[in-house]
Design a protein around this ligand. Structure first.
Ligand code: FCB
Length: 474
């Protein structure tokens, strides 16, 4: 690959701390492919992709970007970018095909080779143990709404940790439990595609229980490793100061943010959210909360956008482009609407609001002051086609990343213990229900040939890493 030298000058307007980690993120089902190779078993996403009408274009992760075979090339790309850390996920069904019982050495060996290649390149491996790809046999037994799944997860996590704990220091248990619970079990937009609000609350609870059980077991083996989870947080604003809108904002903030932050960081559920959802009969046991609230060393925050919500029924339709129109099936008749606030949007239709990231970071630090923070995902998806010479001039993505990094810098200046930033994503990849129609990568992938070509944003990000911050202006 040609060198990723940028031409934006040597100065930065926002110097990040020297030890700040600069990374990029991916997830197993979105990049690995090789779905039927190496002893991997089926996951709920294999099944979901084969259910007609669920994934745009009938796309699947069968091949994805073939990272399973091409990881040495991808590690070279990371090295050219100058990444100091790489966040990836481990496919449970590659490591333990049935989700229970026998482990698959070939699967573990793949991750060991990947980790070794990263370490050789001077890049810290940051694995996530669960990024939505539950082994199908566990879903057949009831999936995340079943308590047993939390125990199976802890067993799997412990096994992976035993295999890689000598070379991996930072561990993320679960990724965005909100999505896996509510898109997976309430709105049905993600695997396993169920429409069962009561089950979705249990799915949220048991993911967090699995997280706590896994950390207790892993920490017992290597107390000096760093453990945490990654949650997707939103800035939430009421559309007006009408009390109905203010209350809608409280409810959505409750479901989106506090339902996860409070148990994970304070060991308790927010009372108001339990009340809002009481019709579903969810009553968490205190003993579970003691496990869920086991101390974590780092919190991963995935940030993309802000929600503006209204609490009264009205003319404006729910924003179809917002993934969170999907709160509605289980907020039921609560008349929460997601209203457009008029900001520019990415190709996903998600409003761009970097100030929201600063707001989220300062809020998390204020309400949960003990924990170190990392941005474990942040990025912009577009429909992109390369120019004739194969380049992608993704100025929209560069502007997005630039603004969000400046928001991170401001948060650090305000005293937030933000220690690193992972952009989503290293490579274009399988974007869940959107299939291959949306591209988030710094590196363009031609899905027909698997050729990787760094976009302008890759050159830009390499420059950011080299100088320790986004470029100075003017
Ligand atoms: C997040 C997911 C990640 C990716 C981005 C765009 O919700 O964690 O896998 O799809 O959105």
């Amino acid at each position: 690959m040609t060198s990723l030298k940028d031409d934006t000058g040597a100065t930065t307007a926002a110097q990040f701390p020297t030890a700040f980690r600069w990374g990029a993120a991916t997830a197993a089902y979105q990049i690995e492919g090789a779905a039927g190779e190496g002893g991997r078993g089926p996951s709920i996403w294999d099944t979901f992709c084969r259910t007609p009408g669920k994934v745009l274009g009938g796309d699947t992760g069968d091949v994805a970007v073939d990272h399973y075979h091409r990881f040495p090339e991808d590690v070279r790309l990371m090295s050219d970018l100058g990444l100091t850390a790489y966040r990836f996920s481990i496919s449970w069904s590659r490591v333990q095909p049935s989700g229970t019982g026998a482990f698959n050495q070939e699967g573990l060996d793949f991750y060991r080779r990947l980790v070794d290649a990263l370490l050789d390149a001077g890049i810290e491996p940051w694995p996530t143990l669960y990024h939505w790809d539950l082994p199908q046999p566990l879903e057949d037994k009831g999936g995340w709404p079943e308590r047993e799944t939390a125990h199976r997860f802890a067993e799997y996590a412990t096994h992976v940790h035993a295999a890689l704990g000598d070379r991996v220091r930072h561990w993320t248990t679960i990724n965005e439990p909100w999505c896996a619970a509510f898109l997976g079990y309430a709105s049905g937009e993600h695997a396993p595609g169920r429409l069962d609000p009561a089950a979705s609350l249990l799915a949220a609870h048991h993911q967090m229980l699995g997280h706590g059980l896994a950390i207790e077991a892993m920490r017992a083996r290597t107390p000096d490793n760093r453990f945490g989870a990654a949650v997707n947080l939103y800035a939430v604003t009421p559309a007006t100061d009408d009390p109905a809108d203010v209350d809608a904002a409280r409810r959505i903030d409750g479901l989106q943010n506090r339902l996860f932050l409070d148990p994970l960081l304070l060991g308790r559920y927010p009372e108001d959210v339990l009340e809002d959802t009481s019709r579903y009969g969810f009553v968490p046991a205190d003993a579970d909360l003691a496990v869920i609230g086991t101390p974590i060393d780092q919190l991963g925050i995935n940030y993309y956008s802000r929600h503006t919500v209204a609490g009264t029924p009205g003319e404006a339709a729910q924003t179809a482009s917002s993934p969170f129109s999907t709160h509605s099936p289980w907020v039921g008749s609560d008349h929460v609407r997601f209203v457009p606030a008029g900001r520019p949007v990415t190709g996903m239709g998600w409003e761009i609001d970097a100030d929201g990231l600063h707001e989220v970071l300062t809020r998390v630090h204020r309400d949960y002051p003990e924990v170190s923070l990392y941005i474990t995902e942040n990025g912009a998806g577009y429909d992109e086609t390369p120019d004739g010479d194969g380049t992608v001039q993704d100025t929209g993505r560069i502007d997005y990343l630039d603004a969000h990094l400046r928001a991170c810098h401001r948060a650090i200046a305000d005293g937030v213990p933000l220690r690193g930033y992972f952009t989503w994503s290293l490579l274009d990849n399988f974007e869940w229900a959107w299939g291959y129609s949306k591209r988030f990568g710094l590196v363009h992938v031609d899905y027909a040939t698997q050729r990787r070509v760094p976009k302008d944003s890759a050159r830009w990000y390499a420059g950011v890493i080299r100088r320790g911050g986004p470029p100075g202006r003017g």
